[in-house]
Ligand binder design. Sequence first.
Ligand SMILES: [Zn+2]
Ligand SMILES: [Zn+2]
Length: 57
Amino acid sequence: MASTTVKSIQCSCSSCVCVVDPNNAIVKEGKYYCCQGCAEGHVNGNGSGNSGCGCNS
Ligand SMILES: [Zn+2]
Ligand SMILES: [Zn+2]
């Protein structure tokens, strides 16, 4: 088996500071996001409530 090293990376959402596990992250266009809202750029307003991103899950 290959190495199972897990490194956390930061969500690619510009206003998000969440750290995501690449194995569980939502991948869109080669970038990793912590949630669907971030992956979609919060076009629907989901996850973007207050200052910053607002996704706390
Ligand atoms: Zn995020
Ligand atoms: Zn976000």
